[in-house]
Write a protein that binds this ligand. Structure first.
Ligand SMILES: [Zn+2]
Length: 204
């Protein structure tokens, strides 16, 4: 009798949740999974062997797979909890730092602000871009006090992600994000933490 044996990777689900799927471009259910090599006999996995690779997050909808760093990106629902005005000011400051050259940066900025529940379009963005820098900083400082630290960190995170769309942060983008963080009443440590998470998930 012919014996057929081999090896196969079987994925196990560790837990589930909702994340921002980079491929679908919206909130989707995901499974956090870990692969394990199995010895198979007649195509049936019999003996568990070593674990393979890092844990991954798999989208239930498109079945795209990412490293678990992707889970740190705010979902649309989380963005929805942010006060729109403050987010809008943060995003505008990053865009006007002048280094965001990615063609989709303006559209992404409008989309992020709209997800926060604000009525916003490219015309409104242009109007914001025409406002004075000091004017915007005063408005940010006034609203920042009313928000929980996590909400303020999420706003800086959203602004950093827009700056990271076109590649690594330039000196001027980084300087702007530090100023935005300070206007959001975040500490130096909080700002550094948020920026390094944003860099990690963008791959820059
Ligand atoms: Zn997806």
């Amino acid at each position: 009798m012919l014996i057929i044996f081999g090896f196969r990777v079987v994925y196990f689900t560790l837990d589930r949740g909702v994340f921002h799927c980079p491929n679908c471009g919206g909130d989707r259910d995901y499974r956090r999974r870990q692969g394990r090599n199995f010895f198979t006999l007649f195509f049936i996995p019999l003996l568990p062997l070593n674990r393979t690779g890092p844990e991954i997050a798999e989208c239930d909808t498109c079945h795209g797979r990412w490293t678990t760093a992707v889970l740190a990106v705010p979902t649309s629902a989380q963005l929805g909890a942010m006060p729109g005005t403050l987010l809008r000011m943060a995003v505008v400051q990053v865009l006007r730092s002048g280094d965001v050259t990615f063609p989709g940066a303006r559209e992404r900025a409008v989309e992020v602000v709209r997800q926060a529940g604000a009525d916003y379009d490219t015309a409104a963005l242009d109007a914001d871009l025409g406002r004075s820098f000091d004017d915007i900083r005063v408005e940010m400082a006034r609203s920042a006090d009313t928000l929980a630290p996590e909400a303020r960190e999420n706003i800086l995170r959203a602004a950093a992600e827009i700056a990271l769309l076109d590649g690594p942060l330039t000196f001027s983008e980084e300087e702007t994000l530090n100023a935005v963080g300070a206007d959001l009443a975040l500490t130096r440590v909080q700002i550094t933490g948020v920026l390094s998470l944003a860099r990690e998930s963008s791959g820059h």
